[in-house]
Write a protein that binds this ligand. Structure first.
Ligand code: HMG
Length: 393
């Protein structure tokens, strides 16, 4: 029996319009910048402008996909996030409106910490396998926030990845084997009355590594490929050094001889995340985009993806790069967005962190460099609008 090839037909990403360098955080905390640059492997964090949130990030990531393919065939939009903007209404409904998608689309939001974009992708594959004429727009969009002066502060970030899932995909054909893990733990979580996450940092690293081992073993038991046939693995990167730790551990578990090479080869999955910070649900797919844009893998090579969400759920799966995948990419677009961000000072960073907790009705300042903006809250309703690309003074 031949199975229908399904997978990622297109991929695009976005980030915010402000940036805070970790060297400045280190100076303010009287810490060595080396701790951040080498110890956790991060250089910068993306910070949302006043009129940016997960909806504007998601629309900005997905707009080039709609521009290229149109909305024909898209009957499902799945938005994965752990930065929910409403307890009831799915953020994707606002994105559906901003992207001017037709009404005959099912839209839902998925949540399980950083993992849920992978469940969205797997659900999308199922929909497409059953209805090969349909396409699914999967979007992962998040703003990672920890308390000021906490250990997690250096790992904040923001960004979104959009993927079009279709039959006969032109970027990555996803293979059927998948390894899973779930365990009820409290390594990182955000209660309803908090805008920042609670985290037991060291414990979260331990659970991540254990989840990875269990998911890998399950992947192998379910017919997954041996480690030496997987050219590169895109790990969830709460900070990029985490991927190096995971690769070291996996090399040992799976019996890979040259673990040092496997770790150093991960560099081309880290380029974007080093500058974005943690993008939660989008992180593994930012690693994938980074790898694809590096262009170091040839057509037909196998890529592994490890997705981890605290709490905790994890999954390991693989895909094969489709012939000509490089021609589908918008190489350099996200890097141009990263370069365009305005660098903010430590005092401005702190002021913005505190201001982000405001409630009630308010108007935002026009700051975004993107084409969609969060205009504010009026009568308890979040208001979004399209804009030309230029911020006003
Ligand atoms: P910390 O306590 O500030 O840092 O927090 P540390 O003291 O453990 O140092 C970090 C590393 O820097 C160490 O290396 C030091 O040796 C090194 P390691 O032992 O880990 O290899 N170091 C230096 N290296 C070079 N030059 C120097 C120097 N100084 C020190 N001068 C921690 C680190 C990760 C705990 C913290 O950032 C944190 O709490 N982060 C948030 C939680 C997190 O990211 N957890 C990751 C796993 S859980 C996950 O991925 C899920 C998540 O994305 C959420 C979700 O699912 O929704 C977080």
């Amino acid at each position: 029996m031949t199975t229908l090839p399904v997978g990622i037909d297109d991929i695009a990403a976005s980030t915010t319009s402000l940036m805070f360098p970790l060297a400045a955080l280190a100076a303010a905390h009287d810490t060595s910048a080396g701790k951040y640059h080498r110890g956790i492997g991060q250089d910068e964090m993306s910070v949302p402008a006043d009129d940016e949130d997960i909806v504007t990030l998601a629309a900005r990531a997905a707009a080039p996909i709609i521009e290229r393919h149109g909305s024909e065939g898209i009957r499902t939009l799945l938005l994965a996030t752990e930065t929910g903007i409403d307890q009831s209404k799915a953020a994707g409904v606002f994105v559906h409106d901003l992207l001017e998608l037709p009404p005959n689309v099912r839209v839902v939001e998925l949540k399980e910490a950083c993992y849920s974009a992978t469940s969205a992708l797997q659900f999308a594959l199922g929909i497409v396998a059953r209805n090969p004429d349909e396409k699914v727009l999967v979007i992962a969009s998040d703003v990672a926030r920890y308390e000021l002066d906490s250990s997690g502060e250096a790992t904040q970030g923001a960004g979104a990845v959009a993927m079009l899932v279709a039959a006969h995909p032109r970027v990555l054909e996803i293979e059927p084997a998948s390894g899973l893990f779930t365990e009820n733990v409290h390594d990182f979580w955000r209660p309803n009355d908090r805008t920042t996450a609670l985290v037991d940092g060291r414990y979260s690293v331990t659970v991540y590594l254990r989840a990875m081992e269990v998911a890998w073993q399950d992947y192998r038991e379910r017919g997954g490929s041996p480690i030496d046939t997987i050219s590169r693995i895109c790990f969830h990167q709460p900070f990029t050094k985490m991927a190096a730790k995971a690769m070291q551990k996996l090399a040992k578990t799976a019996g890979l001889e040259d673990s040092a090479k496997a770790v150093s080869d991960l560099a081309d999955t880290m380029t974007l995340n080093r500058r974005l910070g943690n993008t939660y649900t989008a992180s593994s797919y930012m690693a994938l985009l980074s790898l694809l844009e590096a262009g170091s893998l040839g057509d037909g090579e196998r890529v592994g993806i490890f997705s981890y969400g605290s709490g905790a759920v994890a999954e390991f799966f693989t895909g094969v790069l489709v012939r000509g995948y490089r021609e589908q990419l918008r190489t350099g677009d996200l890097t141009a967005m990263l370069d365009a961000r305005r660098e903010i000072s430590y005092s401005e960073y702190r002021e913005r962190h505190i201001a982000a907790d405001r409630t009630g009705n308010f108007d935002t300042v026009h700051e975004t460099l993107g084409n969609f903006r969060f205009a504010g809250v009026r009568d308890s309703i979040r208001v979004y609008e399209k804009t030309d690309n230029s911020p006003r003074a």
